[in-house]
Design a protein around this ligand. Structure first.
Ligand SMILES: *[C@@H]1O[C@H](CO)[C@@H](O)[C@H](O)[C@H]1NC(C)=O
Ligand SMILES: *[C@@H]1O[C@H](CO)[C@@H](O)[C@H](O)[C@H]1NC(C)=O
Ligand SMILES: *[C@@H]1O[C@H](CO)[C@@H](O)[C@H](O)[C@H]1NC(C)=O
Ligand SMILES: *[C@@H]1O[C@H](CO)[C@@H](O)[C@H](O)[C@H]1NC(C)=O
Ligand SMILES: *[C@@H]1O[C@H](CO)[C@@H](O)[C@H](O)[C@H]1NC(C)=O
Ligand SMILES: *[C@@H]1O[C@H](CO)[C@@H](O)[C@H](O)[C@H]1NC(C)=O
Ligand SMILES: *[C@@H]1O[C@H](CO)[C@@H](O)[C@H](O)[C@H]1NC(C)=O
Ligand SMILES: *[C@@H]1O[C@H](CO)[C@@H](O)[C@H](O)[C@H]1NC(C)=O
Length: 435
């Protein structure tokens, strides 16, 4: 029976306020077992933190219990289809976690005006399809919201109308093809936004105070025209369509400290062009791990020199003379050890740092350029020769083939030059036929 069940009652005294935590997680318990059998053994009125993670509740109704002091309710990883707060006028609930459940919609009696103090709400990994304008209307002091991993079809443009205090918003993997322009307008205090793994192609209008943004796994190609002067961390990993990143696009993110562009499988161009050594003055972490980069132009040298951690691992590096400058940089040793060459053949699989610079040669570059030079020289020479030949022949020919007007005839005459005795041919025009 339940009298034998070990119930963890932890009493934490924090000044005058006592936190009473009841942890009943991962017991495979159904709601009947909790409400009917277990509840009489615990005085829930005093409990401030109730942890019911990893059980088999299919719904949660507050009426069967007394949760007057409850601040934190964790119902994650259950089978919830519904939950309600109906029986008390006002709750003190601050934290509610219903992630990893089976919620298809949020009932009107779930997030209502009886729970006005809620600050942290986790709705992630459910089956929600709509975030409409009334779902969160009573959540006026909400600071943290996650609706990640839900198959959402429709987000109303006024869904976050009343969330002026929101600081952290996770909308990753919600199947959104776009975010309506006014959606984030009221979120003036927002510092964290995750919109990763959504098939969006353009970046929405973002709250200006953002410090951390995750746009990984989206189809966004260009980042220009976004104004995020406070941004400190930007994640843009797994961007499948990205072929080129010009760091100049980040020129106005002067507070950026961490930039991660990992596993972008066709990203082959990574540059600062036109060169600008003042871009990203505060950067401390830069990662382009696992992309398709073969070489790095040395317009990146200033930024690499002053960035504490640079991660260039797992790219198909072509270790020729163009990589000598990377070799000379003192990148943080752990990552430098991991820059493996893919080509040319003789360096395949080698660590760049272990190849002496004199062995980083541009063979292909040279063999590529010499034939071109030789071809050009040959073509130019041929053109000159043909030109000379043409001029030589064409000049006299015009004279020979253009007889004088009238019936004048043209004939050759052999004459003996008294001074040189050479036989020369001269062109003589005579009025009469040959003598
Ligand atoms: C629970 O605690 C409250 C307040 O301390 C008290 O009034 C109530 O009688 C207790 N109930 C049970 C079942 O112990
Ligand atoms: C909610 O619970 C899930 C699963 O236990 C956990 O991963 C997540 O961090 C929790 N959310 C919050 C906001 O604490
Ligand atoms: C929002 O969705 C809930 C749950 O599906 C529904 O009860 C409510 O009527 C909807 N609100 C509006 C304005 O459509
Ligand atoms: C994305 O969300 C869907 C449900 O909408 C879920 O099945 C899938 O596992 C999620 N993907 C990840 C990577 O979490
Ligand atoms: C954003 O969400 C994705 C998917 O849920 C997760 O993998 C990633 O770590 C999140 N980003 C941040 C910065 O927490
Ligand atoms: C991005 O790539 C996907 C396939 O991975 C393709 O369906 C989509 O049209 C591409 N988007 C753009 C803007 O190129
Ligand atoms: C940065 O700001 C300047 C001045 O407002 C603007 O002219 C420029 O286009 C911005 N750069 C980018 C990449 O958005
Ligand atoms: C790189 O580090 C080595 C020793 O760790 C030092 O001898 C060398 O001068 C450094 N090079 C540069 C360019 O800082």
């Amino acid at each position: 029976m339940w009298s034998g069940v070990i119930v963890f009652l932890v009493l934490v005294v924090l000044g005058v306020q006592a936190n009473l935590v009841v942890d009943l997680s991962h017991r495979g318990m159904k709601k009947e077992e909790f409400f009917v059998k277990l509840q009489p053994h615990i005085n829930l009125t005093q409990v401030t933190d109730l942890i019911l993670t990893g059980n088999q509740f299919d719904s949660f109704l507050d009426c069967s219990t007394n949760l007057g002091n409850l601040h934190s309710l964790d119902l994650a990883e259950n089978h919830l289809q519904r939950f309600f707060f109906l029986c008390k006028d006002e709750y003190n609930l601050i934290y509610l976690n219903v992630s990893h459940n089976r919620l298809e919609y949020i009932d009107d009696n779930a997030l209502n005006d009886r729970v006005p103090k809620l600050k942290i709400l986790d709705l992630s990994s459910n089956k929600l399809t709509v975030i409409n304008e009334t779902m969160l209307e009573h959540m006026k002091v909400l600071e943290f919201l996650s609706v990640a991993n839900n198959p959402i079809i429709d987000i109303h443009e006024k869904a976050f109308m009343n969330q002026k205090n929101m600081l952290h918003l996770d909308l990753s993997n919600v199947s959104a093809t776009f975010f309506p322009a006014p959606l984030f307008k009221t979120l003036t205090k927002l510092t964290f936004l995750n919109i990763s793994f959504n098939p969006i192609e353009t970046i929405p209008i973002l709250p200006i105070m953002l410090k951390e943004l995750d746009i990984s796994g989206t189809n966004i190609l260009f980042l220009d025209n976004i104004l995020l002067p406070q941004l400190e961390r930007l994640h843009m990993n797994y961007m499948k369509n990205l072929t080129e990143v010009l760091l100049n696009e980040f020129e106005n993110m002067t507070m950026l400290e961490s930039l991660s562009i990992e596993r972008c499988s066709i990203l082959s161009e990574f540059r600062i062009w036109p060169p600008n050594s003042h871009i990203l003055p505060r950067l401390r972490y830069l990662s382009v791990e696992g992309c398709a980069l073969e070489t790095l132009n040395d317009d990146l040298r200033p930024i690499m020199q002053r960035t504490a951690v640079v991660n260039l691992q797992n790219n198909p590096w072509h270790c020729d003379c163009r990589m000598q400058w990377v070799n000379r940089l003192n990148l943080s040793s752990d990552f430098n050890r991991e820059i493996k060459c893919n080509s040319p053949e003789e360096h395949h699989g080698k660590i760049l740092a272990k190849i002496p610079n004199h062995e980083l040669i541009c063979v292909e570059y040279l063999t590529g350029i010499y034939p071109t030079i030789w071809a050009s020289i040959t073509i130019i020479t041929l053109v000159i020769i043909i030109g000379i030949v043409y001029l030589f022949w064409k000049g006299p020919l015009t004279n020979w083939t253009l007889p004088k007007r009238g019936s004048d005839t043209v004939s050759y005459k052999n004459v003996v030059d008294s001074s040189s005795n050479d036989l020369i041919r001269i062109l003589v025009t005579e009025d009469r036929p040959e003598e």
